[in-house]
Design a protein around this ligand. Structure first.
Ligand SMILES: Cc1cc2nc3c(=O)[nH]c(=O)nc-3n(C[C@H](O)[C@H](O)[C@H](O)COP(=O)(O)O)c2cc1C
Length: 348
């Protein structure tokens, strides 16, 4: 009995198994934010490899919110057709799809001004960002809402808001990067306001039948004074009330150092704690590469979905290998793959 190949229902979407491609920026775009053939090839290969949910890399809601000039974007209608093609090909290749909307904040490497809650650089290698005004914050909330409307036109099944890893939303959440003294800084409620406003705005335009995910860093892991699960658990409860369907639980990224040990599954404990205390399905990630570890995470109900990143870069067909080893016949989108039975049979 494998837990990996059990379906997961989220609103009207059924993921065919519990493996998701973790969002990973591939740096293969041009300066225009548009999908190109490399994106189509990269994501469709992982979908043909049997992964249940393909999450895109960061898709910027504003041009200054890109991590690099090679990022994808959804800040204008011209971006819709390429992303629609991507959503279509993921579906054709048998997977469900999720688009990750993001704003890089002070971690943006694009030319021009960069923005953050407070004028504090991410590291000595980064530029000092400009402090966002209240009016600019409203424009960002609106940019997420407009991008979500466009995402609906692309046909993606799920939408994820990237609020982790030290990008703009996380910068607002953490007292280390947010030194504001207006309604967006200070108390936990104030620091959460940007995310809450974004989720509220997105949920208004993202239809009831479609799942909404939020990716959070459970803890800042950036030394003293950062957020811990004492902050993240109540935030998760608020996100649940606002119509979030799954929390993708990660950690760190606020500063260049990670204040903790890194071993296989090192972030799973955060996911299971948030799952238990918030009462929402969660995804976990972090150096998870073996089917045995995935089975044990799912069997112990530590998480509902396992996001895999670099292992699926190394081997897009990892899940097919796992199925074969377990004696499970996964439904193959290209049935001819089943003819690749072994080295001792004659192929033709
Ligand atoms: C090349 C690369 C790009 C990444 N880009 C993103 C991204 O666009 N959005 C995001 O939320 N996380 C991003 N991540 C983090 C991954 O989603 C994941 O959390 C991390 O790689 C740990 O999982 P793994 O050990 O299975 O690779 C990236 C990671 C890598 C290696």
């Amino acid at each position: 009995m494998s837990e990996i190949f059990q379906p997961l229902n989220l609103r009207s979407i059924t993921l065919k198994n519990r493996i998701a491609l973790a969002p990973m920026l591939m740096y293969t775009g041009q300066d225009d934010g548009k999908v190109n053939d490399l994106h189509l090839a990269h994501y469709s290969t992982r979908a043909l490899g049997g992964v249940g949910l393909i999450t895109t890399e960061v898709v910027a809601v504003l041009p200054e919110g890109r991590i690099s000039h090679t990022d994808l974007g959804l800040w204008q209608d011209e971006h819709i057709s390429g992303l629609k093609r991507l959503a279509d090909i993921i579906r054709t290749c048998g997977a469900s799809s999720c688009i990750q909307l993001a704003h890089a904040g002070r971690k943006s490497g694009v030319e021009g001004s960069i923005f953050a809650p407070s004028p504090i650089a991410h590291s000595e290698k980064h530029r000092t960002p400009r402090e966002l005004s209240s009016a600019q914050i409203q424009e960002i909330v609106e940019a997420y809402r407009s991008a979500a409307q466009r995402a609906l036109a692309t046909g993606f099944d799920c939408l994820e808001i990237h609020a982790a890893h030290g990008y703009l939303i996380h910068e607002f959440l953490s007292p280390i990067s947010n030194h504001r003294n207006d309604q967006y800084g200070g108390s936990a409620a104030n620091r959460s306001r940007l995310l809450v406003d974004i989720v509220r705005g997105v949920r208004e335009v993202w239809p009831d039948e479609k799942p909404l995910m939020v990716r959070l860093s459970a803890e800042d892991k950036a030394g003293d004074g950062g957020n811990t699960v004492d902050f993240t658990v109540p935030l998760g409860r608020t996100l649940k009330e606002l119509g979030t369907d799954l929390l993708s639980v990660s950690a760190g990224g606020l500063t260049p150092t990670f204040d903790g040990v890194i071993v296989p599954g090192y972030q799973v404990g955060y996911a299971s704690g948030i799952r238990r205390n918030v009462g929402l399905p969660v995804g976990c990630n972090g150096s998870i590469t073996s089917s045995e570890l995935v089975e044990s995470i799912l069997f112990s109900q530590s998480a509902d979905l396992v996001y895999m990143g670099r292992e699926l870069l190394r081997n897009p067909f990892w899940l097919l290998d796992v199925a074969r080893a377990a004696g499970i016949e996964p439904p193959l989108v290209i049935p001819t793959y089943a003819r690749a039975t072994g080295p001792y049979e004659r192929g033709h």
